[in-house]
Design a binder for this molecule. Structure first.
Ligand code: AMP
Length: 190
């Protein structure tokens, strides 16, 4: 299996690059952000519970997202591989993912860290706010999400660096250039 974790701060381009990887390699896209937004849109009990947390730019509890990912892995047994986007965001989530995958005799092969400096992230997210109208793309929430990324999510990069799986890539440049770098990092370039 080819299991890739696309990692980086909000606005680094994880969603865009995930799209390309899915088409390029037939991988199943697992984005906890998309799953949570779908719950909100459907107006489920869970959707109502997480609304305020997401709009404040805070993290939804580990239990909720780990359970969601566990269900998706079960639904897609036999998949060529997965691309994890926006998950894991804490070390607890990373450890849970490692053991979930071990249960299927597989593991994360590559963790691609898209690096983008903070000023550019804020600029991109404000632009996305105008284009997509995401309720968590307001100036105050954007800063909060970047701070939470640094505090709670960056340690996940160390977790995988210790295992020799982390590949750092600049997330500045054209979509194609960055995709080319990702292909090289995961050993799939022509
Ligand atoms: P994203 O689309 O990945 O930027 O996620 C949007 C929001 O959903 C985040 O700011 C969090 O509130 C929530 N979220 C998404 N993924 C996770 C996760 N793995 N752990 C906790 N909260 C998450």
């Amino acid at each position: 299996m080819l299991n890739i974790l696309l990692f980086g701060p909000p606005g680094a381009g994880k969603g865009t690059q995930s799209e390309k990887l899915i088409h390029g390699h037939g991988l199943i896209h697992l984005s906890t952000g998309d799953m949570l937004r779908a719950e909100r849109k459907a107006g489920t009990e869970l959707g109502k519970q997480i609304q305020a947390i997401m709009d404040a730019g805070k993290l939804v509890s580990d239990d909720i997202v780990i359970k969601m990912i566990g269900q998706k892995l079960k639904e897609h047994t036999g998949a060529v591989g997965f691309i994890f986007d926006g998950f894991p965001r804490t070390v607890v989530q990373a450890e849970a993912l490692d053991s979930l995958l071990a249960g299927y005799n597989t593991q994360i092969e590559h963790v691609v860290l898209l690096e983008v400096h903070e000023q550019e992230l804020v600029h991109r997210l404000l632009k996305r706010a105008q284009e997509e109208g995401r309720t968590d793309d307001t100036p105050a929430t954007i800063q909060k999400r970047i701070d939470i990324y640094k505090r709670e999510t960056l340690p996940v990069a160390d977790h995988y660096e210790k295992k020799g799986k982390l590949r750092r890539i600049s997330g500045i440049g054209s979509v194609e250039e960055i995709y080319g770098q990702i292909e090289l990092a995961i050993g799939k370039a022509n």
